[in-house]
Design a protein around this ligand. Structure first.
Ligand code: ADP
Ligand code: MG
Length: 300
């Protein structure tokens, strides 16, 4: 495209809430054959809520929530925010009568798995089954049952281990964005296939993908795994777009021919992307590709 055509298209995009950072992305977007979507915060609203909590130990629900909150206090993850919010509500509801521990010591992030820290003299882990496995915490059958029950309902389970034993768990829901299914089917009509990649577990991921009308799913992957999937598709000769919102999506956003960041996403993702969907609406994935198609066809 000529510099003028790029400028016109960029201006048009901007007026529609699609920020195109350069001519290169605009040139490539019309050739996109596959769109890879992140799950949390991209296909889903990204504001998970705790909808269930259980104890597998002698702790009171309040103590349990406090310890989980302390461990999650420094995490930016949307699940962490859900846990903290739930614990706060619980305290208000029952009138707190104990002093709240606010922050864990030795806080550590386990990317795509959870967090850990020391709350008082106790080691607390908050995360998925993978985190428990990695840190040698056994997951008993009662816990397994709770997990599979909830995953079938498209919920993500958050396990909380205290001193090496699963003390309880939360289940969180994060609804699929209302426009997701329409966007996926419209892309299909444009000859573009959709794939979902996520760090979340297979059962939850599959349930969410189904709601969005996506058939291809890659779950339980880490940030590098997301980028590797993009490269694998490119090796097959495909032009690939990646849509994501998190720090964990940035390697994939960089690897993709066209990286698109959700406007409400993290700064790191926005910086890594070629195109920013300011309104955080998935329909703008189509707006961007359409804009590129029109710009290119006008020139040729
Ligand atoms: P996604 O790819 O869907 O954005 P992530 O890679 O960020 O997901 O995380 C993958 C999984 O790791 C989450 O679904 C969750 O089970 C677990 N996880 C990550 N961070 C946390 C946290 N701070 N608290 C609890 N669980 C977490
Ligand atoms: Mg995400």
């Amino acid at each position: 495209a000529t510099p003028t055509a790029v400028m016109v298209a960029t201006g048009k995009g901007a007026s529609q809430g699609v920020l195109i950072k350069g001519g290169n992305a605009l040139e490539k977007a019309h050739k996109v054959k596959t769109v890879v979507f992140d799950k949390t915060g991209t296909l889903t609203v990204g504001k998970p809520e705790v909808v269930s909590a259980v104890l597998f130990s002698h702790f009171s629900m309040e103590e349990f929530c406090d310890m989980a909150t302390a461990a999650e206090a420094n995490s930016e993850h949307p699940i962490a925010k859900a846990v903290v919010k739930h614990a706060k509500k619980l305290r208000q509801k029952f009138g707190s009568h104990t002093e709240q521990v606010t922050e864990a010591k030795d806080f550590e992030v386990h990317t795509g798995a959870g967090v850990s820290g020391k709350v008082g003299d106790k080691t607390v882990l908050v995360g998925n089954k993978r985190l428990m496995r990695t840190l040698h915490v056994p997951v008993e059958s009662a816990v397994e049952d709770y997990i599979s029950e909830n995953e079938q309902l498209a919920r993500t389970c958050v396990l909380v281990a205290i001193e090496g034993k699963v003390a309880g768990a939360f289940a969180v829901t994060d609804p699929v964005k209302p426009e997701a299914q329409v966007v996926v089917s419209f892309l299909r009509s444009m000859g573009i296939s959709s794939i979902m990649v996520t760090g979340d577990n297979w059962a939850t991921a599959t349930a969410i993908a189904k709601e969005a009308g996506i058939e291809k799913v890659i779950a339980e992957t880490d940030p590098i795994g997301k980028a590797d999937k993009i490269k694998e598709l490119q090796l097959k000769g495909m032009t690939v777009a990646m849509v994501g919102d998190g720090i964990n999506d940035s390697p994939a956003l960089v690897a993709a021919d066209v990286g698109m960041a959700i406007g409400a996403g993290t700064d790191v993702a926005i910086e890594a992307a070629d195109i920013v969907l300011i309104k955080s609406n998935l329909e703008d994935v189509i707006t961007a590709i359409d804009l590129s198609r029109k710009t290119i066809s006008r020139i040729r």
